[in-house]
Write a protein that binds this ligand. Structure first.
Ligand code: FEO
Length: 398
């Protein structure tokens, strides 16, 4: 069945039902690699799909046109989930020109070949296909330095590659199809969009704000956003507003208690801190680092105001999972969070100091820290609960 976004614009991507890990980011709902075919006097394919799925994409293209007739392949992004099938396409459409940024040419040449017919573009450049015009917008760091968006002027469709994507495998292609059911699936789309933003694009919040502003200044009217992962947004306002909020660091009045534990002392502390927050009437969630997927916890971080992180001491330092999680989380550079730390130790401490040093070196200042020796006693539990209440009050007044 042909899937048409507008007259002459087709989805020719693939659904990866079995995708469960996207370079370390868990994808329990699978994913898609979206490619788009634009048929006019000239024919353009925008992006390809991951290696191993070329045959399925070609079958979709063949329902519409002879793939050897493709005149241009627009490569919005070098990463292999979008370029992995480019060599197969270029074998068939050997005369086609590859349209990409200068950095795109550099990356594609290094990954694949240098003798393709490259044409590099920058923001404001256009390619006339006939009645339709492709307008290019460089989008460095969304997701790599080579990335760009392609805008189809006459149809007002933005092909945004990684921007506004979600890892979600369904038989639907458009957000409104998901939302026309009971609303539950509609929430799923936004939930996966938030997880995608948190784990892939959160470090580039400043770039995102500037890019949205630049697009507005260019006077680009967007009727539809067609990313290269997940649902196509027929209602783009919703996801643009969400990106603006995430990039500005807008969050819910919510606290996360994230921890690992050796002999349950840190876990007892975590539960008492949780009780302190909850008794203050503030929403709170608890995450054990070996019982939860980190990419899911990071999505919760995006939406929460305060992070209270706990670790037992091992070898005079943080527990390895806490160290690893903090490396992952601070690398994503979450904005506008309140941080606090806690932990337990036996004969010598080190975990709380290690967490605080790691946070400070990433530019974050914990507002409160709490250490307990051996097992928390009654007075320690009072201190834990007080920490939870204090952070809850700060979240309430923030
Ligand atoms: Fe979907 Fe940065 O690749």
């Amino acid at each position: 069945m042909k899937i048409e976004l507008a007259d002459g614009i087709y989805w020719v991507g693939v659904v990866d039902w079995n995708l469960r890990d996207f370079h370390g980011y868990t994808t329990p709902r699978g994913g898609t690699y979206n490619a788009y075919l634009i048929v006019d006097e000239k024919i353009a394919l925008v992006d390809t799909v991951k290696h191993g799925f070329a045959g399925e994409m070609l079958d979709r293209i063949k329902e519409i046109v002879d793939p050897s007739k493709i005149d241009y392949v627009v490569s919005n992004h070098v990463e292999m989930d979008h370029s992995g099938s480019l060599p197969e396409i270029m074998k068939i459409a050997s005369h086609a020109g590859i349209i990409c940024t200068e950095k795109g040419k550099e990356g594609l040449s290094k990954y694949y070949r240098t003798d393709w017919n490259f044409r590099t573009v920058k923001t404001g450049d256009e390619l006339k296909l006939g009645k339709k015009t492709l307008f290019f917008i460089a989008a460095p760091m969304l997701h790599w330095p080579d990335s760009m968006f392609t805008y189809i002027k006459e149809d007002k469709i933005l092909l945004s590659n990684d921007g506004f994507g979600q890892h979600l495998a369904t038989s639907f292609r458009f957000d409104e199809e998901m939302c026309s059911l009971l609303g539950y699936e509609c929430d799923t789309v936004m939930d996966e969009a938030a997880k995608y933003y948190a784990n892939i694009l959160m470090p580039f919040a400043g770039v995102i704000l500037k890019k949205i502003e630049e697009i507005q200044k260019l006077g680009i009217d967007i009727r539809m956003i067609a990313p290269s992962h997940g649902m196509i947004w027929k209602n783009p306002g919703k996801i643009i507003d969400a990106y603006l909020n995430w990039a500005k660091g807008v969050s819910k009045k919510k606290v996360l208690v994230i921890y690992d534990t050796m002999w349950n002392s840190t876990e007892i502390m975590a539960n008492e801190i949780l009780r302190g927050v909850s008794d203050s009437g503030v929403e709170v969630s608890l995450f054990h680092l070996r019982r939860n997927e980190w990419s899911e916890i990071v999505k919760e971080v995006l939406e929460s105001r305060a992070i209270i992180i706990g670790s037992p001491t091992l070898n005079n330092g943080m527990f390895p999972t806490v160290d690893g999680f903090l490396t992952y989380l601070t690398g994503l550079r979450p904005k506008n969070k309140l941080w606090a730390t806690f932990g337990s130790y036996g004969w010598a401490g080190g975990a709380v100091r290690g967490m605080n040093e790691k946070l400070k070196s990433a530019g974050y200042e914990p507002v409160e820290s709490l250490e307990v020796i051996f097992r928390p006693d009654e007075s320690d539990l009072v201190r834990c609960s007080a920490l939870g209440r204090k952070i809850a009050m700060m979240v309430k007044s923030a």
